[in-house]
Design a protein. Structure first.
Length: 243
């Protein structure tokens, strides 16, 4: 029995590691996809894509995954057409949820997303049902280091067209409007030489909803199920961050 229990513990830990690695690869694939979609699939001509590929390789992401993400963005996968869809709905306790999907099968994705909402006690809604609770913003993150001066970076960001810059413990977060996001990203990464750790246009909640108890557990489960779906690219909620 002890041997069986030990094997179960090892297998459980392995499954947890595999799940965590899968989520990291999903994020890295999305970064590669976005960079290739914005600036083309040639890393020699697209510094953002080159940096995203370097991060993926540093995380031991297989070359096939990298290649597939680029081909998705550039439309070079033979016989496969991908479309971007955003699903909106309410999770447990009335938390607003937006799910960005990149899929080659709209019916499959709709069924999977609806099932995830229903199973958690939520409801998938119509387009626009929760979108009004979010603001679309460009987010550019740059990791802190001893060589970066906060005031200089702030001036460079504002000069490039950014609206604001926030400082966290380990990074600077630059905020832009969606229409100038790409211009600001290029100005900072290519013209000024800053190493951008993450850049995307994201949906930022204007209000927050707090959850406790079973509703919070169900919400966490909903997010986990959505994250495990290969078609899901991003998940936005107005769940209170303290939860």
């Amino acid at each position: 029995m002890s041997g069986h229990s030990k094997w179960n513990n090892i297998q459980h830990k392995k499954n947890a590691v595999d799940a965590a690695r899968g989520k990291i690869f999903m994020r890295l694939s999305k970064d590669i996809f976005l960079e290739a979609r914005h600036g083309g699939g040639d890393p020699s001509m697209n510094s953002g894509l080159r940096h995203a590929i370097e991060k993926a390789k540093a995380a031991n992401m297989p070359n096939d995954n990298i290649s597939r993400a680029i081909k998705k963005a550039t439309g070079d996968l033979d016989g496969v057409t991908y479309e971007e869809i955003t699903y909106e709905g309410y999770g447990p306790g009335g938390v607003a949820v937006m799910v960005d999907v990149l899929t080659d099968n709209r019916n499959r994705s709709a069924s999977d997303i609806r099932h995830a909402f229903t199973k958690s006690g939520g409801n998938l809604g119509e387009s626009g049902s929760v979108g009004f609770l979010f603001d679309k913003q460009g987010i550019i993150e740059i990791e802190k280091n001893d060589e970066l001066d906060e005031d200089t970076m702030m001036m460079d960001a504002i000069d490039a067209g950014a609206e604001d810059m926030k400082t966290e413990d380990d990074r600077f977060i630059i905020i832009t409007t969606p229409d100038v996001f790409e211009d600001v990203r290029k100005a900072l990464s290519e013209d000024k030489g800053y190493e951008v750790d993450r850049a995307e246009v994201a949906m930022i909640p204007t209000t927050k909803t707090a959850l406790t108890g079973k509703d919070l557990e169900k919400m966490r489960t909903l997010i986990e199920v959505l994250e495990d779906n290969d078609d899901v690219q991003d998940i936005y909620t107005n769940l209170d961050e303290n939860d």
